[in-house]
Write a protein that binds this ligand. Structure first.
Ligand code: BGC
Length: 390
């Protein structure tokens, strides 16, 4: 795919040169000429929160015309424009046109940064050094995605960064000691880099002044065929031989179950809709896929975790991560009650999430990879979403 874009860019340059030589030649299509552009970042005012805080929105554009919009509220990616196989740009994430859209009740974390702890902590309790910490139970009996006012609902401080491989936006947030019940002042930094290789790299960093737990992720809902009602025809590949079965309140039971012979086997790639309707207790508990897969490349650096492909548009998104697991959520709780961009109703399974992370409920499950962060340590994870067509 890189080659595809490079050759498009080269074609455009050649076209520009030819045009410069032959001023009267009007046969070069305009869209071919605009491909060779410079990466850029721009900023606009997006709105004001009920407490008077201003929210800005940044647009990052790479040299091939891929662009994303990010607002300082929740570090939310409000749009992500990538070309389909015919070169047509389309917005592949769910969301709203205005800040007010995101402030509605029941918006399920569209595009947001999730913290301090992504996914669930059983009964909103965990222990560190013999002390019990109590968190909000905002998802039935459990704690979900950092609580009532998680990192998705705070205003981050943004700064633009130029890197040698793309344009970047760095977001910083200080989560105070005992905010949402978590110990320690946690300095969190999330950097979105949009590279000229058509990758969105997300770097998560954090430090603390007291022992705490951290599990940061990104909660974009993807639909690679914008305007299509559901993602059931999207093909998902997960590089995972095992997944974490859950209880009926979606807390991992502690078992790492092989995917072999189950509807959870995405190793060879298959349509989301292929097995989602099977009779299976785990699918019943999740209302579809809403589980954490244990990645085969865990602990080996930036490894391929997943890919998402839509044949109708040719869009392919590959996911690489340093994290040990990925939550694949098939948008089961979307019910048509929210109307998003372009007046689209977000119906059941109209978008899906691929959230790279540590395991849910790890603070209560000593056999899971630890999510504890100590003072003096640096939390740093990286996830890359690579966009192409095939
Ligand atoms: C969880 C779902 C939850 C959703 C909220 C996902 O990460 O796995 O269970 O409903 O976030 O939008």
């Amino acid at each position: 795919m890189k080659t595809y874009y490079l050759s498009l860019a080269m074609l455009a340059l050649v076209a520009c040169n030819q045009k410069a030589k032959k001023q009267d030649d009007t046969t070069v299509p305009a869209d071919t000429v605009t491909v060779a552009m410079k990466a850029s970042v721009s900023k606009e005012k997006f709105g004001t929160l009920p407490d008077g805080k201003e929210v800005d929105r940044y647009t990052l554009t790479n040299a091939n015309g891929i662009s994303m919009k990010v607002m300082t509220y929740g570090g939310i990616i409000t749009s992500l424009q990538t070309p389909d196989k015919n070169g047509e740009q389309g917005d592949i994430v769910l969301g709203f046109d205005s800040l007010e859209g995101y402030l509605q009740k029941g918006v399920p974390y569209f595009g947001a940064v999730i913290g301090r702890y992504g996914n669930r902590i059983a009964k909103g309790k965990f222990e560190l050094d013999g002390k019990t910490y109590t968190l909000a139970t905002n998802d039935g009996p459990n704690h979900l995605h950092g609580g009532k006012k998680g990192f998705d609902k705070v205003v981050w401080t943004a700064s633009e960064k130029k890197t040698d491989h793309g344009v970047a936006l760095q977001l910083e947030y200080l989560s105070k000691d005992m905010e949402e019940g978590y110990p320690g002042n946690l300095k969190a930094t999330v950097t979105y880099t949009l590279t000229d290789d058509n990758e969105l790299q997300v770097d998560y960093q954090a430090t603390t002044d007291k022992k705490t737990v951290v599990n940061l992720t990104q909660h974009s809902y993807f639909n690679l065929a914008p305007g299509t009602a559901t993602i059931l025809d999207h093909e998902v590949t997960l590089h995972a031989d095992a997944f974490l079965p859950v209880s009926n309140t979606l807390i991992p039971t502690g078992e790492l179950r092989p995917v072999e012979g189950t509807p959870f086997d995405f190793r060879k790639g298959k349509k989301v809709g292929q097995d989602i309707g099977q009779e299976d207790q785990q699918l019943e508990y999740g209302g579809g896929f809403d589980h954490c897969w244990v990645l085969n490349g865990a602990g080996e650096g930036l490894e391929k975790a997943a890919s998402l492909y839509d044949a109708s548009t040719g869009r392919l998104m590959e996911v690489f991560t340093t994290e040990p697991a990925i939550q694949f959520y098939s948008g089961n709780f979307l019910d048509g009650s929210l109307t998003g961009k372009n007046g689209e109703k977000y119906v059941h399974r109209s978008g899906l999430c691929l959230e790279t992370e540590h395991y849910p409920d790890a603070p209560n499950q000593p056999d899971f990879p630890s999510t504890v962060l100590n003072p003096g340590e640096e939390y740093h994870t990286t996830t890359v979403f690579r966009f192409s067509v095939k």
